[in-house]
Design a protein around this ligand. Sequence first.
Ligand SMILES: [Zn+2]
Length: 97
Amino acid sequence: MDEVRIEVQCNSCKGTGVYRGFTERPGFGAVCNDCKGSGKAIIKYIPFTGRKEIGDIKFVYYSGGIPYSKDGADNREKGAISYKEFLMGSMPSHPKE
Ligand SMILES: [Zn+2]
């Protein structure tokens, strides 16, 4: 999917291109640093078209700082599930102490 770009109003200056903070004296405005005075910002995003797969994942778990073994011997006891199960819609359990 191609990246989509949309023009939105600059948040910093509310679309004016001019910024007035508490250092600006009355009657003065500074060119907005974020939009360089244009008043606009551009948001880039890629529309979600479905979860993608990773080729070399075997297990999925919630990160919790506990070690998982490479061969997966006791990973299930710790809450991990196979990547295949994850792809089928299952979710791992939160790590057990
Ligand atoms: Zn701006």
